[in-house]
Design a protein around this ligand. Structure first.
Ligand SMILES: *Cc1c(COP(=O)(O)O)cnc(C)c1O
Length: 356
């Protein structure tokens, strides 16, 4: 029996695509070999690769002015590649909303850049999204759209004249996004859009000039990957194959509007369960900034382990909060169904009845 999987990442995948991968694992489309066993320079692989890139753009409604990059090193390598490629000689501005922006800020500082923290919610343990005003002249303005640990999410991205950079790792492909001031939008795909090993980025083409004009090792240069259609070296072929299946699945669900509708229903059901518990469950994030993806909440500390244990006995895994925040976290990414979230809510109500 498959568990209901609330893991924060890597995380649950649509069963359909796992089954398709299983069916094709040893013999890809009757060709007599696995997709894992062939060169990335073959027509067979290239087709998967280019289709995946096209579908990714189609889902976000992007046209010729953006390039899709398939990169490695996780979202974490982007913390360094972004300043290496996109900083000029001015100020790089960041909104600090959690551990992932802190890490991004640290990498820019290691590179010796002029980093400015334009806003921060660190003082209150990152439980809200601060208002932020980036200066028009910044080299770039950097945000993390969804804060995986604390369960906060931007409802609207800040308006800025400076090119906006978004780490969307934990709400990737979960809703339509207004790209009008976005210059670089990226995420590791293992949370909401596939398996680990692949980072997908959308870069506005004018930004590539910044990379071209700088001395950056080839593998770390966005222009290298753009010029080679992300086939400069061996890409993570199986992760790209899985990503392509995931793109098909998202399109089949009706695209990102439909996915978003469903995500809204799931999240409001779970937040209602927290809000109507009379304080038995306490949400971490301010209501206005609550994430549709990661629902972080607390219960009496003495009950935490018991909650996790009883949930496991009821077939639900991945509910233990991140070690730096504690408590409980339910990650309810795209592949989790409304039914599955309902099962968690019912469990929570029962648990409360037993132990309140
Ligand atoms: C998980 C996560 C990362 C780090 O991703 P890796 O692929 O492990 O490097 C970065 N940003 C956010 C928002 C994340 O959730």
């Amino acid at each position: 029996m498959r568990k209901i999987n609330f893991s924060a990442g890597p995380s649950t995948l649509p069963l359909e695509i796992l089954e398709q991968a299983q069916k094709e694992l040893c013999d890809y489309q009757g060709k007599g070999y696995s997709i894992m066993e062939i060169s990335h320079r073959t027509k067979v692989f290239e087709e998967v690769h280019f289709q995946a890139q096209e579908k990714a753009k189609e889902l976000y409604g992007l046209g010729q002015d953006y390039e899709v990059l398939f990169l490695q090193g996780g979202a974490s390598l982007q913390f360094a590649m972004i300043p290496m490629n996109l900083a000029l000689n001015g100020v790089c501005e960041y909104a600090n909303t959690g551990i992932w922006t802190k890490k991004a800020i640290k990498e820019a500082q290691i590179l010796g850049l002029n980093v400015k923290i334009a806003a921060s919610s660190q003082e209150s343990n990152f439980n809200f999204i601060p208002d932020v005003k980036f200066s028009d002249e910044a080299d770039y303005a950097y945000i993390c759209s969804n804060n995986t640990i604390y369960g906060t999410q931007y409802k609207h991205y800040p308006k800025t004249k400076a090119p906006l950079i978004v780490d969307a790792s934990s709400d990737f492909f979960s809703q339509k996004v207004d790209f009008s001031n976005i210059a670089f939008f990226y995420g590791g795909v293992q949370k909401n859009a596939g398996i680990s090993g692949l980072t997908c980025a959308f870069i506005r083409k004018d930004m590539l000039q910044r990379s071209q004009n700088k001395k950056i090792p080839s593998m770390l240069n966005y222009a290298t990957h753009a010029q080679n259609q992300s086939l400069f070296n061996t890409p993570p072929t199986f992760a790209i194959y899985m990503f392509n299946l995931e793109m098909d699945w998202l399109l089949k669900q009706g695209g990102l509007e439909k996915i978003h509708e469903n995500n809204l229903k799931k999240a409001s059901m779970l937040y209602d369960c927290i809000d109507f518990s009379e304080g038995f469950y306490k949400g971490h994030a301010h209501k206005k900034d609550r994430s549709l993806m990661n629902v972080s909440f607390n219960i009496n500390e003495d009950l935490e382990l018991l909650f996790v244990k009883e949930a496991e006995e009821a077939g639900m895994i991945g509910l233990k909060g991140h070690r730096i925040l504690g408590g409980i976290r339910a990650s309810i990414y795209n592949a989790l169904s409304l039914e599955q979230v309902k099962t968690l809510c019912e469990f929570m109500k029962e648990f409360q009845k037993k132990y309140a």
